[in-house]
Ligand binder design. Structure first.
Ligand code: MLT
Length: 265
């Protein structure tokens, strides 16, 4: 389905199931397709909504700069388009987690539960900001594929590369759909995002933190740090999973989310 609430803004999203809405926000440089292994399974206990952020998957890029807060508003516009005004569960992986935290800060009354997967609360360090700028320059020169090529070797656990070639191929296929405009906007948005560390003790809703034990993009210590700071949370570290536990160990990931959703209704 696609919403087009302004002449220049279109957002594609997938929708499955009924009941408690669960908005799943993808990481970088992926798309809503990364949740394919969640849609059927989680739709047994929730109404799952998985948008493609602007410039990723089937959503066209937007003109001009983006911000993580803007992405949070984009995702909530899916709820507005479906007239969902009651609070929902928002889950995000990595960049999607930055966006989920922004949604909890900006619209706390619209969030009844949070799922923070493979993410961190802190802002970019000075060094990471410089790396983002260099990557933006490379994408301007050579296209979005430079990001996919440099990230690919770090994204999955060594077990997944070895034992699940179909998952590795699907990941490459998902990354190929990212546009240069979308990638550049997201890199700048992540570079400039706010630090959410101070928000953590004030999160009033239940939070599920999921992280791959072999994540080499965002170390599991970040998840453990968030678990110490968030009052009402459950932490689930997944074996044989790197940065994409939902793709690498979908059954365990889905069981964890289903259990969390069961406690919310
Ligand atoms: C992601 O997976 O969304 C990105 O690796 C996050 C980031 O670059 O900070």
């Amino acid at each position: 389905m696609t919403i087009a609430n302004k002449a220049t803004f279109k957002l594609h999203f997938e929708e499955r199931g009924r009941g408690l809405p669960l908005l799943l926000i993808h990481g970088f440089p992926f798309s809503g397709r990364m949740w394919a292994g969640q849609l059927e399974s989680l739709s047994k206990s929730a109404r799952v909504l998985a948008p493609d952020l602007p410039g990723f998957g089937d959503s066209p890029a937007r003109q001009g700069a983006a911000s993580v807060d803007q992405y949070a508003e984009d995702c909530l516009s899916v709820l507005d388009a479906l007239h969902i005004m009651d609070p929902v569960v928002i889950g995000g992986l990595s960049m999607g987690g930055y966006i989920a935290l922004a949604a909890a800060r900006l619209f706390p009354l619209r969030v009844s539960g949070l799922i923070l997967a493979s993410t961190r609360a802190g802002a970019d360090t000075a060094e990471s900001k410089t790396t983002r700028d260099k990557t933006i320059a490379q994408v301007k020169e050579s296209g979005a594929s430079v990001v996919a090529e440099s990230m690919y070797p770090k994204l999955l656990s060594s077990d997944t590369y070895k034992d699940q070639p179909a998952v590795a191929n699907e990941l490459k296929a998902i990354m190929r759909t990212a546009t240069s405009e979308g990638v550049i906007a997201a890199l700048a948005a992540m570079r400039d995002r706010l630090d959410s560390t101070d928000l953590l003790p004030n999160l009033h809703m239940p939070v599920l933190i999921i992280h791959g034990k072999d994540d080499r993009v965002i170390p599991p210590a970040e998840a453990e740090g968030m678990a110490k700071a968030i009052p009402n949370n459950a932490l689930h570290l997944i074996d044989k999973a790197g940065h994409l536990p939902n793709l690498e160990q979908p059954e365990e990931f889905n069981r964890s989310v289903t259990k969390f959703l069961g406690k919310l209704v």
